[in-house]
Ligand binder design. Sequence first.
Ligand code: ADP
Ligand code: GN1
Ligand code: MG
Length: 356
Amino acid sequence: MSDDFPQSIYHFQLDAAVIFVQSFGEGHINQTKLVVTASAREYILQKINQTVFNDPPSVMKNIRLVTDHLRRQAPGRPREVLTLVPAVDGKDWYKDAAGDYWRVYEFVSDSICLQQPSNDLDFYNSGWAFGHFQKQLASFDAALLSETIPHFHNTPLRYSALHQALQLDQLNRAASVRPELDFALSREEGAGVLQKLQAQGRLPLKVTHNDTKLNNVLLDRWSRKALCVIDLDTVMPGLLVHDFGDSIRFGASTAAEDEQDLSKVNLSLERYQTYLQGFSTGCEDGMSMEERYYLRDGAKMMTLECGVRFLTDYLNGDVYFHTTRPGQNLDRCRTQFKLVSEMEAKWAILEQLASC
Ligand code: ADP
Ligand code: GN1
Ligand code: MG
């Protein structure tokens, strides 16, 4: 089956004949295509990455349950919730002869997706969206959800994967990343702080998004208000502070995630504060004092963990995250570690920001 024009699209109930298919977006995991039909309707076709998600029907079951729940809370506002387009047989997905799983969403009309906030307001609005998402899911029964990636944000286990990659060193890359390894390993001891707080019952498990990058929320093209939270593959029980932190590591950086010139990579305190305001407004009364206190740990741990994951993937030969050039995962790792250093340097200020 051609990857440029996947024939799987013919197995979905679209409104008219397909006239155009093109790769779309900047996600690191699934294969995403924009599809346009003869009536000018747009759709998103995705091949689910089975290296990452080994049980696609469970992923789709979660998405069906979560989107139905969200839709009940936004009656008559279809652009605010992802809408799955049924396959010809009525299922939410299509499995092709090669065993690949495909799904189609309606394209959220008049939406934009940002790789970096163009101003504070965009970032505030994305914070509001992810905070509001948690609030909307507070009434969702977490027991209904499958764990699509077990231990997804268990940072100590991410370190175990790094050690394993280091031991195998399949491409003999370890010797060339000594500074990055030293950086990561010197912080390993404190990497379980949030898991410990969770075990002590101080940070509760909630239904969280777990992948709150700026490019996983769509804004309205005209008002630039938050419209729709997307990329629901990892909605699972998790920690509020992780959802906060993942947004910070991506959107409060002054440079792209794969920037090679590290002098351009800084933690913007203004953006940190802006996001915090948007997120807490969005989740209304949904954040405890203790969660608020540990927001900065969420930011640091998600950034450290992501850096560790990029480094692990670099050592493993770039098999997890999509890359478009050699060394991209290492560059991504370096930006994350630079941001961790900045968070450490500004640690006391980050506490003050949360107590304002
Ligand atoms: P990945 O898991 O690979 O990150 P996403 O589900 O986040 O995949 O989709 C990748 C990109 O496709 C998004 O960042 C966004 O630009 C775009 N996208 C996904 N779903 C929609 C949709 N329903 N409407 C408009 N754009 C979408
Ligand atoms: C992946 O799918 P995407 O591109 O939104 C990854 C996240 C990482 C992120 C780093 C399922 O997110 O965990 O933080 O890349 N998603 C998965 O940019 O592993
Ligand atoms: Mg995504």
